[in-house]
Design a protein around this ligand. Sequence first.
Ligand SMILES: [Zn+2]
Length: 346
Amino acid sequence: MRWKLVCPKDKSEIYKRSDEELVCSQGHSYRVVAGIPVLLRDDVKQTIELAEASLARAQNVQDVIDQRNPELYLESIGISNEEKEIAMALARDAASAMDPVVSVLIAATNGLLYKELIGRLNDYPIPEIRLPHGEGRTLLDIGSSWGRWSIAAARKGWKVVGVDPSLGALVAAKRILERFNVDIDYICADSRYLPFADGVFDQIYSYSVIQHFSREDALATIAEIGRTLSTGGKALVQMPNIVGVRSLYNLLRRGFSEGVGFDVRYWRIPALIETFEGKVGPASISVHCYFGLGLEVSDASLMRPHTKLLLALSERLRRCSEVIPALKYMADSVYVSSVRRPRLVG
Ligand SMILES: [Zn+2]
């Protein structure tokens, strides 16, 4: 592990007691499972149910473990039983070139349009990350899942650590790493209580994660982004825009309710800017996609003709939005960029 970790409860430094256990100076103990430190807090309500399973697995609670194939950590992946069956079938298929869990996660984490790709992909779709070359600088990927953005960043010269509450997704992410010839660390952690010291990251990236949080959890996460970024360090966070066309349609269907559980919470652009400026530093908006959330233009080659057309149209509009800023306000999915302002001394 190339990172100095801190206790998510009290931010004191963490030490290695053995290959399987980390402890902080206050005596809090954390397990390391399959090489992944599990630094979730056991004294708070989790942001997502699967985090409970990650914790229980780390504590070796036997009746939580999906005994059908314990190696796949299916209990902490947040997929349906049908998807678990598919993952197990893929694991039994010796001809399958892809990791069984990642195959299912590609569909589960990337949205409905990716569903038809289960079992049909021959390679992992690694997107193009909208960042300059890293030149060895540090990057935190919040909600890294199976690692597609972590790999994209590492390939572009960033020194990457990914955090996610899903132990199963991280174990799978680690399994496929050797395929990419990049070095990435993964830590099972809660973005509201990041296990890193203040000011350690040059860049923080997060895609399709904070949009699923309640306001309170989102604010706590954005505050942690501000805390762990170095002065001048940058955040790039994908978020949903409430007045996007698809956003409004989805909101209409759910009666304009705020949303519960894992539902997407829609944000107004001025609120996004105000929040990031309050907790990180000067913020601006750019367009991610005009049609829905989670549709990624660099995956276009995997999509059906209809979806490819939508992506091409979205890209055209996005280029227009660089000239006509008002167009940004109509996109469903936006990126918030924010630069960490200098800390007050003394
Ligand atoms: Zn502690």
